[in-house]
Ligand binder design. Structure first.
Ligand code: NDP
Length: 455
């Protein structure tokens, strides 16, 4: 397909973006996500008359619905607490809504709409029958007791259960929502509906969870990165990597990167980052798992324990010289300046484990420099892909072995890589993965919406 865009069409799309900003004031993250995607879709939308005639951009950027509700709960001191929760059911054209729940004080409509919009395209890229959604609450699980988290989750499900279902909407975890929270919510759903069905993914193995779901996003991101290197006859073996975050995605990114022969020298949390000049080995990673998954402690403890490392308070790891960066904490954690620093330090690849971790100006720098840039909707799709596999196992009432799930995950990441190459190869042979992922994810959803008529 040609990348030529005629002026009339370009003006029309500029007007669309202006209208989107006007219709969604005070939603910078949502506007950012749409702008990034639409820039890449322009040649497709302009060359295929039906997308413009059917107003597909306007339709795809308006969620099917958003449910907003109050969650009241009681803390350990007997005080009544009130939080707000959301479920954004963005688009179910190619399958039931699917996407995580995030518990973090920063959660708001804009952040959940950006995540939901990205999820639609990401889920389409996996090749599995999943629509896109996202949800969560401004509840902060940090510093809360298990019982407080339980009471919050139970209260949240009293409302959420009306809006989800195995053929309607199947939420999962995200920031602040791991196996503890999923278990509390699943247990409450089961009581309310008297039904044992796969309405959440990321469940415990004893009650319908899938092997490799915990590891899936991190493993998948590393597989995707390896595919990008293989495309240029190179590999991760021997590469130095910097990873941000120290939660679910970060931990299993490090685990798989080590297996592939890479050296990982950083991890972070919201209080700063650790740099380990000798690299994080399996033993050190076990310490991090216990620290973060069991004790819910701070990453600074790593530097207290391992003498080869140092803690940099309130700093991000992007100034450390490396070959590969795996941003795995949160949105907009790589600023424009950070992106330039990474490039001037000779970064060869960036694989986004977190959702939209790079500001749009930073993405442009990476794409201009033609490094291997794996955008989130492709690189971190392994998590939702294995969630899809968990749904399949629940429907079949079967459990697959970890080898089976892992090999399917690997296959799905390879297929996603293939779609990015198909839609993102440029005339000089370079692969623009961001364009490939946006176009590859868009076509299937847009064509399904058109097939349904004016919906
Ligand atoms: P976790 O809650 O397990 O871990 C999040 C990590 O990022 C923690 O180390 C946390 O530090 C850090 N972090 C969170 N917010 C901020 C912030 N504002 N500033 C600095 N550090 C921050 O979440 P996940 O690992 O599950 O998710 C990480 C990212 O990956 C998110 O963007 C999520 O949307 C994305 N993702 C997750 C998937 C999954 O399967 N879990 C699937 C696809 C994408 P602290 O503890 O100090 O807050």
């Amino acid at each position: 397909m040609s990348n030529e865009v005629n002026t009339e069409c370009k003006n029309e799309i500029d007007e669309f973006i202006k209208g989107l900003k006007k219709r969604n004031p005070g939603q910078p993250e949502f506007q950012q996500a749409v702008e990034e995607v639409v820039g890449d879709l322009m040649p497709v939308v302009c060359s295929e008359e039906r997308y413009r005639k059917e107003r597909i951009l306007e339709r795809m950027t308006e969620p099917d619905r958003i449910v907003i509700f109050r969650v009241s709960w009681e803390d350990d001191e007997g005080n009544v607490r009130v939080n707000r929760a959301w479920r954004v059911q963005f688009n179910n054209s190619i399958g039931p809504y699917k996407g995580g729940l995030r518990f973090h004080p920063s959660v708001n409509t804009s952040i959940l709409k950006f995540l939901g919009f990205e999820q639609v395209l990401k889920n389409s890229l996996t090749g599995l029958p999943m629509g896109g959604g996202k949800g969560g609450s401004n509840f902060n699980p940090k510093g809360k007791s298990d019982r407080e988290v339980m009471r919050f989750c139970h209260s949240l499900m009293i409302e959420l259960h009306r809006h989800i279902g195995e053929n309607t909407d199947v939420p999962a975890g995200d920031i602040g929502v791991g196996s503890r929270e999923i278990s509390y919510m699943f247990g409450q759903y089961k009581r309310l509906e008297n039904e044992f069905t796969g309405i959440l993914t990321g469940k415990g193995l004893a009650f319908g969870g899938s092997l490799v779901r915990t590891e899936a996003t991190g493993y998948g991101c590393v597989y995707f990165c390896e595919n990008m290197f293989n495309e240029i006859d190179d590999s991760l073996d021997g590469k130095t990597c910097i990873v941000s975050g120290s939660g679910n995605v970060a931990i299993y990114t490090v685990e798989k990167a080590l297996e592939m022969g890479a050296k990982v020298v950083t991890l972070s949390d919201s209080s700063g980052f650790i740099y380990d000049k000798d690299g994080i080995d399996e033993e050190k990673l076990s310490f991090v798992k216990e620290l973060k998954e069991v004790r819910r402690g701070r990453i600074s403890e790593y530097a207290d324990k391992f003498k080869s490392s140092e803690f940099h308070k309130d700093k991000k790891p992007w100034g450390v010289k490396a070959d590969v960066a795996f941003p795995s904490a949160t949105q907009n954690e790589i600023s424009h300046e950070d992106a330039k620093t990474l490039l001037s330090n000779g970064i060869k690849a960036v694989a986004e484990g977190a959702n939209m971790p790079t500001v749009n100006e930073g993405v442009h720098e990476f794409r201009k420099a033609k490094i291997l840039f794996g955008p989130a909707k492709a690189a971190n799709a392994g998590g939702v892909a294995v969630s899809g596999l968990e749904q399949s196992q629940n429907s079949l009432r079967l459990s697959w072995s970890s080898e089976e799930v892992n090999s399917r995950l690997k296959g799905i990441m390879k297929d996603i890589h293939g779609k990015c190459v198909e839609h993102g190869k440029t005339d000089d042979g370079h692969v623009d993965y961001a364009r490939g992922a946006n176009v590859g994810g868009f076509i299937k959803v847009a064509d399904a919406m058109i097939a349904y008529g004016i919906v």
